[in-house]
Design a protein around this ligand. Sequence first.
Ligand SMILES: [Zn+2]
Length: 299
Amino acid sequence: MRVGVIAASLGLSIAQQIPPATAQRPHSHPAALTVAVTARAIQPGEVVRLDIAGPRLVTGLTVRAFDKRIAAARLGENDWLALVGIDLGVAPGEYPVTIDATLDDGSQAGHVETLMVAAKEFATRQLRVSPQFVNPPPSVQHRIDRERRQLGTLFREIGPEPRWTGSFLRPIEVSVVSGFGVRSVYNGEPRAPHTGADFASPSGTPVLAPGGGRVVLAEPLYFTGRTVMIDHGVGLVSLLAHLSRIDVRVGTDVVAGARIGLVGATGRATGPHLHWTVRLQGARVDPLSVIAALQGPRN
Ligand SMILES: [Zn+2]
């Protein structure tokens, strides 16, 4: 059923590029792996879900894509999950995902899935703000550098074991006002693309954990203000920013829907809103594509 949904949601250009046998149904080769591919679209900033099963019990799995090893998690006795993030900066083209499995009799099985990444256009927005907003004062540069290293370390330390159960959901039930990948131009100066989703909501609105996991950061940072980071496992991490209040501590395990804080405008924010960033093994992906990939119970 999941695979049928994907085929329906694939853009026309993608459907034309991917042979139906690859895009629309799980497929297998003799003594090979069965791989079901789920994605909203095969484009920069999207999450591709691979559900993998062996011809017999799989005891070990190695998945590689975009020149790195992709975490794979065992969900059921013979069901494995891998999430591949197509980074915002990936150029259109063909990218192989190689899957190598060890079976319970010691034999090997393999599979190569080719992702046909289609081009995506991202919007541009023009903003006028005070000059200090665009260029932080030199006095805070040391703090900014330190926090950038701190976040980089945390992003790299996300473990392979899944920490969530159930579905992912929106941290606030309002529509997104500034989407993933939007290019902002502040006072005529182009800036790096927006790598999260912004939800406009009044200060004090509860912010919910978008998925289960462990809180690995809960403190004020220069750009993102009061910030909570959640390690979901399998290489997936969420960062929720600009909170007026933080309600969780580092080391706490949260479930999807648990309140982690309140909406605010702390850090570099033009007004109260929630900013939600996701990284998937370093890839900058749209948080809403994570929700699409992780609908329904994990098992
Ligand atoms: Zn934002």
